[in-house]
Design a protein around this ligand. Structure first.
Ligand SMILES: Cc1cc2nc3c(=O)[nH]c(=O)nc-3n(C[C@H](O)[C@H](O)[C@H](O)COP(=O)(O)O)c2cc1C
Length: 170
């Protein structure tokens, strides 16, 4: 699978809807941001968001979110406010030690707020997970499990996970 082929495949599913492309790499202007930009220019109504532009602290496991509100003061609510008007979602992540970066996992863990309160911040969304690494190995199977749980929790239907080798992205 190439990026071009992937974009062709999803094009009929995203062309009529607002799309949020979320690069979750902590490295600004790296490969994930470049891929996000390529996707943005491939269609219309596509907005790019970078997780690195938001301050998201890790979940402390206090479960005080059971009262309906998270006690941590940061940009967690803001990122969902920004991306939730979209109907299609493409999360782009680098492989870190066979999984996803801690910054992305922190965002996922904070969704305990939604899980505890049975809130779906995204209504009727459909989404894809794009994973980018350096090695030959297809890391999707190890990295996609928490991402699938995250999609389910926030209300995004997990359409597909794809893996690209960094050096093959054109
Ligand atoms: C902490 C860390 C761990 C990584 N672990 C892996 C790995 O297990 N397998 C792999 O193929 N690449 C690994 N990489 C390489 C990145 O996945 C790859 O360079 C990616 O394209 C970086 O995306 P970015 O430029 O958007 O940050 C790792 C990189 C870092 C910084």
């Amino acid at each position: 699978m190439t990026l071009k082929k992937f974009l062709k495949e999803i094009s009929p599913l995203i062309s009529e809807n607002p799309v949020a492309v979320i690069s979750v790499s902590p490295r600004k202007n790296g490969t994930c941001d470049t891929v996000a930009e390529k996707i943005r220019t491939s269609g219309k109504r596509i907005s790019v968001f970078r997780l690195a532009d938001y301050k998201i602290l890790p979940c402390g496991g206090c479960v005080r979110c059971r009262t309906g509100k998270c006690v941590i003061k940061d940009d967690f609510a803001k990122i969902f406010k920004d991306i939730s008007p979209a109907e299609r979602f493409i999360f782009i992540s680098p492989v870190y030690f066979s999984g996803v970066p801690a910054q992305f996992k922190a965002m996922i863990d904070r969704c305990e707020l939604f899980w505890e309160n049975k809130i779906k911040p995204v209504k009727g969304g459909r989404g894809w997970f794009v994973l980018i690494g350096e090695r030959e190995k297809n890391y999707i199977a190890c990295a996609e499990k928490p991402v699938k749980a995250f999609f389910r929790t926030v209300g995004i239907k997990y359409e597909k996970g794809v893996y690209f080798k960094k050096h093959e992205i054109r």
